[in-house]
Design a protein around this ligand. Sequence first.
Ligand code: 13P
Length: 257
Amino acid sequence: MNRKYRKTVIAGNWKMNMLASEIKPFMEQLKENLPKVRTCEMVLCTPAVMLPAMIKAGKDCKVAAGGQDVSRYEKGAYTGEVSASQLADIGAKYCIVGHSERRQYHGEDDMLINAKVKALLGKGIMPIICVGESLEQREMNLTMEYVAYQVKAALSGVDASQLRRCIIAYEPIWAIGTGKTATAGQAQEVCQGIRAVIRGIYGARPARAVSILYGGSMNARNAYELLAQPDIDGGLIGGASLKPVDFSEIIKATNQE
Ligand code: 13P
C-alpha cells in the first residue's frame, strides 16, 4: 500500500452467494468487529437483486455497494441484463468487470470488457477491472505479457481523468477459490508490472494514483503480508468476504505503515 498517493480498498465479491435476508445480520456482525479508525474504503459486491438491501444496510458502517457485472448496452432488448444506469440509479458505486469466472463461463473477451468499463464510467460507477493469468500461462512464463495485454485492452480509449475512477484487481486464476494464494512476492511483482503498464500509457502521476488490488484466496492470515507490499493497494476477496469476522480482519490488516 501507499496511502500517500492512493486509496486502499477492501472489496468483497460475494459471487452467487448469500440471500438478501442475510445481509442485515452480516452487517451487524461486521459492525461489531470493525476497527474505530478506518484505513480503507470498504466495498461489498453482491448479486444485482441484493444491491438495494446492501445499500441500505451498508450506510451505517460506510460500506459501499457494488455490482458484479454490467451490460455493455445502455438499454433495450437485452433480456436478463442490468445496465450501468440501472446500477447507478439504485446507488451502486462500484462494479466488478471482467472477472475470470465471467471470462471463463460466459465467454467474455477483452473487447467486451473494455465496452463494459466505458459503460460504467459513463454513468459514474467505478469499475473494478479484473485481470490475471491461468496456471498454464504462468508456467509458460507468459504472466506479465498476458496481464499487460488485458490491462491495455480494458483501458483502451479510457482517458487519464477516467482512469482516476478505475481500480485494477490482479487475480491469478490459479489462486481463486483454491486456497492457493500467490506469495506476497509474486503478487507484488505483477501488481508492480501492472503499474508500469499504466505508467507507459498515462505517465507517472496517473500510474502512481491508481489503486491495484490483489485477489485470490486472500484471508485473515495472509492479508497483512500481501497488503504490506508497495504496489498492492487492497484486496478483492471471495470466500473470506462471506464471513463478517474474517472480512473485518482483512480490513484491520490495512492499518499498517
Ligand atoms: P477467493 O477469495 O474465494 O479465492 O475468490 C477471489 C475472487 O475471485 C474475488 O473476486
